[in-house]
Write a protein that binds this ligand. Structure first.
Ligand code: PMP
Length: 428
C-alpha cells in the first residue's frame, strides 16, 4: 500500500538535480532518488541562484584596486562573518576557508604545538582519525564506546592517565555511518577540565543540526561545503586563534606572507599573523560565498522545521526497513540513540555491492556501499559475520549499504527505498 506519511510534511527545499531522470533496467526511466547526501549533497537552488547573481561581479580577492576586486573582497569577508555567525563563533575566533573537512583537520594537525597529545576514538572517519599521527603527534586511540556515556567515561580515564602538556580531542558530531549523534558538549567539558582542547568534525552534523561552537564549548569546528548544499570546493575551520597564529603557515605563498626580502642569496619572510596566514594563494571566493548562502538558506528555512521533517522521514525509513526480514540496521549506541538522516544496513544473503547496484539499476536510487572511510567502525559494526553476502558465500570485501538524505529529499524517495528493499529481499 502506498505510504502517505509524506502528506503532513512541509515540502522539501528545492535543490539542483531534483528533476533528473535515471535510466532503469526495464528500458524506461524514473526520477532519480539521490540518497547519498552524506557523501555529497546537491546544491540548494537558493545557493545556486545567489552564486549565479554574484558570478558576473567576480574578481580577485585582496589583490586589486578595481571595483570588482573590491566588491569580491567585501563579499568574501562578509561570507566569513555570515558563516562565523552561523557557527556561533566567539569574537576572538578565526574562521579560515579551506577546501574541505579533510583539509581543515590537516591544517589544524599541522598547527598543533609540538608534542600535543591527541585523543581520538578509533571509530572516527579517516579524516578525523589519520591527520594527527601523519603530522607526527602522539595519538591515543580510544576504543569504540557502545553508549554515549561510555564515550565520556573512556575519555575521562584516558585523560586521567595523560602526561602534562598540550592535548587535543578530535570527535565527530554525527557519524557518517550510523548517523548517531555524539555527546559533544559532555566530551568537550571533560576535555576542558583536563586542560585539553576539542575540535569538532561537523561534516555530518552541520547539514542536519545547528552547530554552536560557544554552546557546545568546543575550540574548533570543521565542515565541508559540499555536504552543506554548497558544492563549490570550499570548507571551513573555525575556532581559537592562538595556536593557529603561532603555527607555520599551512601553505607557503602569496597572501600568507607579509614581507618578503631577498639579499645576498637569502630570502627572508615575515608571515602574516592574521587569518591570511593560512589562506595562501588566491582564495576560492565563490566557494566561500556559496557556503555563506547555504547558511542563510538553512537559517531562513529554520532548523526546527528541517529537523522535524527529517525525523519524520527517518522514522518512515527505519520502521519500514525494520519490517523487512534479514535487514540489519547498524548502530553503535543502539536503536534508540538520537541520530541524523544517515543509515547503514546489511541484507542477509546479499552482498552490499550487489544490493546497491540493484537499487540503482532497477529503482533509480543512488545510495553508497562500502566502508565509508571509517573502516574500523564499519568492521566493528559488521562483526565477525560480516555482511549478508559473506554469509551467503559471495566473495569480496565486507561492506554495508548507506542511505542518507536531507532537506531536498521528497517523502517519495524514502518510501521508494523501503519498497525497493522489501521487493528485492522478497525476490531473494
Ligand atoms: N568527517 C566526516 C564525518 C565525513 O563524513 C566526511 C566525508 N565523508 C569527512 C569528515 C571528510 O569530508 P571531506 O571529504 O569533505 O573532506
Amino acid at each position: 500500500a502506498p505510504n502517505t506519511a509524506g502528506c503532513s510534511l512541509p515540502r522539501p527545499l528545492p535543490v539542483l538535480g531534483d528533476e533528473v531522470r535515471a535510466p532503469i533496467a526495464d528500458g524506461g526511466e524514473i526520477g532519480y532518488a539521490a540518497l547519498d547526501y552524506a557523501a555529497s549533497a546537491p546544491a540548494l537552488r537558493a545557493v545556486w541562484d545567489e552564486v549565479a547573481a554574484y558570478a558576473p561581479y567576480y574578481g580577485s580577492v585582496h589583490r586589486g584596486a578595481g571595483y570588482l576586486s573590491q566588491l569580491s573582497t567585501d563579499l568574501y569577508e562578509e561570507s566569513r562573518a555570515t558563516v562565523a555567525a552561523f557557527l556561533g563563533c566567539r569574537p576572538d575566533d578565526q574562521l579560515i576557508f579551506t577546501r574541505s573537512t579533510t583539509d581543515s583537520l590537516n591544517l589544524l594537525a599541522g598547527a598543533l604545538p609540538t608534542g600535543t597529545q591527541v585523543f581520538v576514538f578509533e571509530t572516527e572517519h579517516h579524516a578525523a582519525l589519520l591527520p594527527w599521527a601523519h603530522h607526527g603527534h602522539p595519538v591515543t586511540y580510544l576504543p569504540a564506546p557502545r553508549t554515549p556515556g561510555q564515550a565520556v567515561a573512556t575519555l575521562v580515564n584516558a585523560l586521567a592517565d595523560a602526561a602534562p602538556g598540550p592535548k587535543l580531542l578530535c570527535v565527530t558530531g554525527a557519524s557518517n555511518v550510523t548517523g548517531e549523534l555524539w555527546p559533544i558538549a559532555e566530551l568537550a567539558t571533560v576535555a576542558r577540565r583536563s586542560g585539553a582542547r576539542t575540535v569538532l568534525d561537523a561534516a555530518q552534523l552541520a547539514p542536519h543540526r545547528p552547530v554552536d561552537i560557544t554552546a557546545l564549548g568546543v575550540d574548533w569546528v570543521a565542515f565541508s561545503g559540499h555536504k552543506l548544499y554548497a558544492p563549490f570546493g570550499s570548507g571551513v575551520l573555525a575556532g581559537r586563534a592562538d595556536w593557529l597564529s603561532n603555527a607555520a603557515p599551512y601553505l607557503a605563498g602569496g597572501g600568507a606572507s607579509n614581507t618578503v626580502t631577498a639579499q645576498d642569496g637569502a630570502v627572508g619572510v615575515v608571515w602574516n599573523d592574521n587569518i591570511s596566514r593560512h589562506e595562501a594563494g588566491s582564495p576560492n571566493v565563490i566557494g566561500a560565498f556559496a557556503i555563506a548562502a547555504a547558511c542563510r538558506a538553512l537559517t531562513d528555512a529554520g532548523f526546527e522545521q528541517l529537523v522535524a521533517r527529517e525525523e519524520e522521514l527517518l522514522a518512515v525509513l527505519r520502521s519500514g526497513l525494520a519490517t523487512v526480514p534479514g535487514v540489519r540496521q547498524l548502530a553503535l549506541f543502539g536503536p534508540d540513540a538520537p541520530r541524523v538522516a544517515v543509515l547503514s544496513f546489511v541484507v542477509d544473503g546479499w552482498s552490499s555491492e550487489e544490493f546497491a547496484k540493484a537499487l540503482s539499476e532497477r529503482y533509480g536510487i543512488g545510495v553508497r556501499d562500502g566502508l565509508f572511510c571509517a573502516h574500523p567502525l564499519v568492521r566493528t559494526l559488521l562483526g565477525p559475520e560480516g555482511d549478508g553476502g559473506r554469509a551467503a558465500g559471495c566473495d569480496g570485501p565486507l561492506k554495508a549499504i548507506r542511505v542518507s538524505f536531507g532537506v531536498g529529499t521528497p517523502a517519495e524517495h524514502v518510501e521508494r527505498v523501503v519498497r525497493a528493499v522489501r521487493e528485492l529481499v522478497a525476490e531473494g
